[in-house]
Structures are given as structure tokens and as C-alpha cells.
Design a protein around this ligand. Structure first.
Ligand code: HEC
Length: 118
């Protein structure tokens, strides 16, 4: 590849990366850890839920979590508890929280290593 083309591509890549980084920032003055303290009461500090009625968030796909949160916000997905918690979150907060939980070690499981009847 011609060196100029390579440098141009590299520069475009870096610009895109920076733009994404800025978009993902949490609310000013609040880190994603601050935001997640509210969520921990039900979803657990490790994202695995404090009890079975609260879904695990840890290790779930980022885009799944963010879609769910957006849908609670618009009312497309209805849940009285979650509607209250998402109402103050910005799009950037939702994105940051979704990435935060998606990156946590998951206890999500499938049955692949279970014996029959186990
Ligand atoms: C008082 C308990 C409580 C708190 C606090 C809470 N949630 Fe939830 N959350 C729930 C319940 C209950 C559900 C399941 C609702 C449903 O059936 O749609 C849920 C569902 C979700 C889902 C969808 C999960 C899935 O698998 O579909 C996400 C994502 C989520 N919560 C994120 C958060 C975040 C982020 C916070 C903090 C800003 C938070 N929750 C705070 C109780 C809570």
C-alpha cells in the first residue's frame, strides 16, 4: 500500500476512535462506577444479581444491555422498577453502563457441560 494512503487510513481510524471515546463518556462528574452503585442493590456489585428475580448483567452483550435500557426509557419495554432508574440516565450513561457490565466476568451458563438429568 502507498505510504500516504496508509497514513490517511490510520488518521481516519484514530479520529473515529476519539469520537467514539467522547460519546462513551459518562455524565460529567460521575464515573460509571458512581452510576452503577444504584444498580448494585439489585443487580449486584459483580453484575450477577443479588437474587434470582434480578437479571444478570455481567458478561451480557453490550448492545443487548443498551437496547434494553433505551427501551425502558422510551416505554417500549415496560417495567415500573427499571423505568424509574433509567429516567435520569443520558444516552452516554446508558452506553457506559452497558459496556461496564458487559466487560464483567459472567456467570451466564449453558447446559453444554452438564450430564443428562443434571
Ligand atoms: C430495585 C431493583 C433494581 C435496580 C436498583 C436496578 N434494576 Fe435493572 N432490573 C431490575 C428488574 C426487576 C429487572 C427485570 C425487569 C423486566 O422484567 O423487564 C431489571 C432489568 C434490567 C435490565 C434488562 C436485563 C435483561 O436481561 O433483559 C438491564 C440492562 C438493567 N436492569 C440494568 C440496570 C441498571 C444499569 C441499573 C442502574 C442504573 C439498574 N438496572 C437498577 C431491577 C433493578
Amino acid at each position: 500500500m502507498h505510504p500516504i494512503r496508509f497514513i490517511t487510513l490510520l488518521a481516519c481510524g484514530l479520529l473515529t476512535f476519539n469520537a467514539l471515546g467522547a460519546e462513551n463518556a459518562a455524565a460529567p462528574g460521575k464515573t460509571v462506577e458512581d452510576l452503577s452503585k444504584t444498580c448494585a442493590a439489585c443487580h449486584g456489585a459483580d453484575g450477577n444479581g443479588t437474587n434470582a428475580q434480578y437479571p444478570r448483567l455481567a458478561g451480557q452483550y453490550h448492545d443487548y444491555l443498551s437496547r434494553a435500557l433505551q427501551e425502558y426509557k422510551t416505554g417500549e419495554r415496560k417495567n415500573a422498577i427499571m423505568a424509574g432508574f433509567v429516567s435520569t440516565l443520558s444516552a452516554a450513561d446508558i452506553d457506559a453502563l452497558s459496556r461496564y457490565y458487559a466487560a464483567m466476568p459472567s456467570k451466564l451458563d449453558d447446559l453444554s457441560h452438564h450430564e443428562q438429568g443434571d
